[in-house]
Each structure stands twice: as structure tokens, then as C-alpha cells.
Design a protein around this ligand. Structure first.
Ligand code: SF4
Length: 220
């Protein structure tokens, strides 16, 4: 697997997604409005276990009442929760977001840190959120591996791993650097439209002939 191989896969997947219609709203669309680490961090926390369309609307409402870190830190967690409702676990996320903002104020001078360890130390921030903040907020190369990336990379046969953490390590080894940032957005969208978690649409997939389909018991 070399540069040209991944170029081909990325092009085939992008073309297939274009054929299927307009892109779904996603965290990176929010981030692209302004490459603001604060917005990426907040919208990614909201996005966990939440539909993209709900994330987009919930984040938009929250940014209207809390456009920056100091304002979020001063907003009661109940207000944050009510504002992001019906995002999944909105009450817990309300508390997490307030706590995150308070820590950013007290320990990071009111800014989002740009290193992985500091980001991972924030409440409710895991590998996916930290990687997205580095990727989209700071333009730092990092591979964001969520459930779609982990599953599709294993199905195709790029990696043979049990956890997203192992997948991230393997992808760092085999994937040329220029694909690190776009990988997440592409595979998340591909996982939503084509290579779905249950019964993927293999009959309409441009790499069906070469895909190992590891772990796929049922497909359409
Ligand atoms: S052939 Fe099926 S399992 Fe493989 S990438 Fe395409 S949709 Fe996913």
C-alpha cells in the first residue's frame, strides 16, 4: 500500500459519496466556519453519541450564548445542558463542558491547549476529540480514529486490530502523512452512507472486488 493506492481509495470513496448526494453535516463542517479550537472542542464533545444533524444545531445554539471560553465558564451547567438538548447525555455534557471551560480558564490562560496530553486530561475528552482538535483546530497532523475508521480500516484489511488505539498506531505506520487529516471525515461519511456498521452496502462499493470484508457477516 503506497501513496498511489491511498490516492485511488480516497478518490473512489469521495466519488461514491458525491453520487449519493450532498455531504452530511459533521463536526468538521462546524470547524470549517472558523478554524477555532474552542468550537472544534465543544462541538466534538457534543457530537459523542449524537447524530450529526443534532450536533450541528446544538453547537450552533450553544455558540450563540457562549461564543468563547470565558462565557462558557460563566454559564451554569444546567443552561448549557438545556441549550444542547436533545444531544445524547446532554446533562452530563453540560457539566463536562462547564468543567472544561473552567479548567481552560484556570490552567491554560483561557485557551485550548495544542498538545495531546493536555487535551486528554480534560474531562470527557478522549482520543477522538483530542485528535480532531489538533487536526481541525490547529492544523496539526493526527489520525482521528473513531468507530467508523476503526471498523472500515479492519474490514478493508489495512489493519488487523482490536481497539481504536491499536488502529491509530497501525495507521500512523502505514498511512502517508498527507492522508492523516482527511481520513476521519472521509471514513465517517463513508461509514454513514456505504460501509455502514451493520450490513454494509458492498454491492454499491467501488472497492468490493478487492476488499477483504473482514468481520462482515451480512451485506447489501
Ligand atoms: S466492500 Fe463492503 S466492507 Fe468493504 S469497504 Fe466496501 S462497503 Fe465496506
Amino acid at each position: 500500500m503506497d501513496d498511489r493506492y491511498f490516492d485511488t481509495i480516497f478518490t473512489l470513496f469521495s466519488d461514491r459519496l458525491s453520487e449519493l448526494g450532498s455531504p452530511l453535516p459533521s463536526v468538521s463542517m462546524i470547524a470549517e466556519e472558523r478554524n477555532d479550537p474552542y468550537r472544534v472542542l465543544v462541538s466534538t464533545v457534543i457530537s459523542l453519541r449524537t447524530k450529526d444533524s443534532v450536533t450541528l444545531e446544538s453547537s450552533g445554539r450553544l455558540f450563540q450564548i457562549a461564543p468563547d471560553i470565558p462565557t462558557l465558564a460563566a454559564t451554569p451547567s444546567e443552561t448549557i445542558a438545556e441549550t444542547i438538548k436533545p444531544a445524547g447525555f446532554y446533562k452530563r455534557k453540560g457539566e463536562q463542558l462547564k468543567k472544561i471551560a473552567e479548567i481552560l480558564m484556570s490552567e491554560y490562560g483561557g485557551r485550548v491547549p495544542s498538545d495531546m496530553d493536555s487535551l486528554l486530561s480534560l474531562p470527557g475528552v478522549g482520543l477522538k476529540t483530542a485528535s480532531l482538535v489538533l487536526n481541525l483546530g490547529f492544523g496539526i497532523d493526527a489520525i482521528c480514529v473513531d468507530c467508523h475508521v476503526h471498523q472500515i480500516a479492519n474490514r478493508i484489511g489495512w489493519v488487523d486490530t482490536k481497539t481504536p488505539e491499536e488502529t491509530e498506531k497501525e495507521l500512523r505506520r502505514i498511512l502517508p502523512r498527507r492522508f492523516w487529516i482527511p481520513l476521519n471525515e472521509l471514513l465517517v461519511r463513508y461509514g454513514q452512507k456505504v460501509c455502514t456498521p451493520v450490513s454494509p452496502h458492498c454491492s454499491g462499493c467501488p472497492i468490493a472486488d478487492s476488499c477483504r470484508r473482514k468481520g462482515v457477516e451480512r451485506s447489501r
